[in-house]
Design a protein around this ligand. Sequence first.
Ligand code: TMP
Length: 218
Amino acid sequence: MTTGLFITFEGIDGAGKSSHIETLARALRAAGRSVTLTREPGGTPLAEKLRALLLNDAMDALTETLLAFAARRDHLCRVIGPALARGEAVLCDRFTDATFAYQGAGRGFDLRVLSYMERLAQTGIGLGPDSMLEPDLTLWFDVPPEVAAERLAAARAPDRFEAQPVEFFARVARGYADRAAGAPRRFARIDGAQPREQVAAQMLAAVAARGWLPGAAP
Ligand code: TMP
C-alpha cells in the first residue's frame, strides 16, 4: 500500500480550479507534508509532448483517448507512483475523470471502453499487480457552463477544447456529475461560482474534513 495522498482537481474549462491548487499545496506543506504539484495531460517530458498534440492537433475521439491514457501511464510510472511511494501528497490538475467527462460525455466515446482503459493504465502502480490506483480525493469545481464560458472569453487564446461551444461543456459538466454520483466518497463538490475566497475555504474544509489538514475532525 502507498502511504501518500493522491488528490485530483477537476472541472470544466473556466471552472477556476487551477488557481486553487497552489493554495492547497501551501496548506499541506504548512501541515508538514511534502507535496508534488503536477497536471494532466502532462507531468513528464513525454506526457507534455502528448499534451501539445492533444490540445492543438485535430484528431478523432479514439486517438484523443489513447493519447490521454498514454500520457497518464507515463505520468503514473515516472512521477505519481514514485511520489506516493515516498509518502508525498500528489496534487494533480485533472486525471481520469477528465477523460470520462471530455472524451466520454463530451465526445461521446464508449464509457465501457474507458473503464477498461482506466483499469489497464492505472494497475500495477505501487499497489500490487491487480489493484487499480485511484485518487484518494477528487475536488470537483462545479460551475454552470455559461459562467465558465464568460470567464474563458475574457482569458487567453483558446486551445482545441476551450474553443468548443457551450453545449459541449454542458455535456462535459454532466459527465463530471455522473462520475461524482458513481463515487460519492471520493468526490467533493466545490461550488466554483462563489467568490474566490469562499471557493478556497470550501476546498480546504473538504480536505480538513478527511483529517489531512488541521482544523476539522476527521
Ligand atoms: P487544462 O486546460 O485544465 O490544463 O486541461 C487541458 C485540456 O485537456 C482541457 O480542456 C481538458 C482536456 N483533457 C481531456 O480532454 N482529456 C483528459 O483526459 C485530460 C486530462 C484533459
